[in-house]
Design a protein around this ligand. Structure first.
Ligand SMILES: [Zn+2]
Length: 312
């Protein structure tokens, strides 16, 4: 066995900042527990808009220096969350930010949106077979809100999970590994509505309120299978988001992107289990992404006696 922690969580995201916004509290929670938390970011986010005027020169239509700058922001954010394993898919700059849907950057050479899904997935298969995560977190098929890089991240993560488990696929990339549980990032509609009501009533917010429809991954409550109460790490999440200073302005418990529209900063984060069995009682939500899984490999392999009970 390797010296990897018994619990291993892999998150796949499109751009630096997506991980902190969506999963910052979850990542900090698991990192603090000693879980191996690994982040794979698919692009450097080169096409992002820049909030601080002093850094506006980095934008893609000026010096085009935003990618390396955002890699440094990501480093700082991961330090805030206590996450030490973060990588760019295929290495930094292998895939470029594709910009919003419909722009010409979608089809430029190297754009993540124009990448071959199986080729990009093979790069992630190598990571999956190395780390052997029990849990994968990524976006839904719409990427949460239709951004091409988010849709592509979903496709690549989903395909990689499938190929990593296939014993016939690329034996040079390591032994096959099946990820036990896959989750999509979600926001329950009732929680979103409640927080947006509070946001609109807060006279101290320096921005106009966004609409709930602007938030990625909002679904009816009954689709939520899992909630991670990251409130003890809310300040860590806020600090990680602040580290992405070109992209996010934070005024707890709210934040705004470059559109200057305020959104809630979620310190309880929500998920939909789309593969694997829920570890919660019927009708209840999981409070742990690893719920229902054996505590570690040794437990899973412990022999059973002839009555089917686990011998200890
Ligand atoms: Zn993004």
């Amino acid at each position: 066995m390797t010296d990897l922690a018994d619990r291993r969580l892999l998150l796949v995201h499109a751009h630096p900042d997506d991980e902190s916004i969506n999963n910052g509290a979850t990542m900090a929670t698991y990192a603090a527990q000693g879980t191996h938390v690994a982040l794979v970011t698919c692009t450097l986010g080169e096409e992002g808009e820049v909030i601080p005027p002093a850094l506006a020169h980095l934008a893609a239509d000026r010096e085009d220096g935003l990618g390396p700058h955002r890699a440094v922001e990501l480093d700082a954010a991961m330090r805030e969350l206590g996450v030490t394993d973060h990588r760019f898919l295929g290495g930094p700059g292998r895939f470029r930010d594709s910009g919003m849907m419909g722009v010409e950057q979608n089809h430029r050479a190297g754009a993540f949106w124009s990448a071959d899904v199986d080729e990009a997935a093979a790069l992630l298969v190598e990571v999956i077979r190395e780390l052997r995560p029990q849990v994968l977190v990524t976006y839904d098929p719409d990427g949460g809100y239709g951004h091409p890089d988010h849709i592509q991240a979903h496709r690549v993560a989903t395909r990689a999970a499938e190929l990593a488990a296939d014993p016939a696929f690329r034996t040079d990339l390591g032994a096959p590994h099946e990820i036990a549980k896959i989750y999509w990032n979600r926001v329950p509609r009732s929680v979103g509505e409640r927080l947006f009501t509070r946001l609109r009533e807060d006279a101290g917010v320096p921005w106009t309120a966004a609409e709930l429809a602007d938030v990625p991954g909002v679904v009816d409550d009954d689709r939520i299978t899992t909630e991670i109460d990251g409130r003890p790490y809310a300040a860590r999440k806020a600090a990680a988001m602040r580290a992405h200073a070109t992209q996010i302005a934070v005024r707890e418990p709210w934040f705004a992107l470059s559109n200057d529209l305020a959104q809630p900063l979620f310190d309880i984060e929500y998920y939909e289990l789309v593969r694997g069995r829920s570890g919660a009682a019927p009708g209840a939500r999981e409070s742990d992404l690893f719920a229902g899984l054996p505590e570690h490999a040794a437990t899973a392999e412990r022999p059973q006696d002839d009555r089917g009970t686990v011998t200890t």
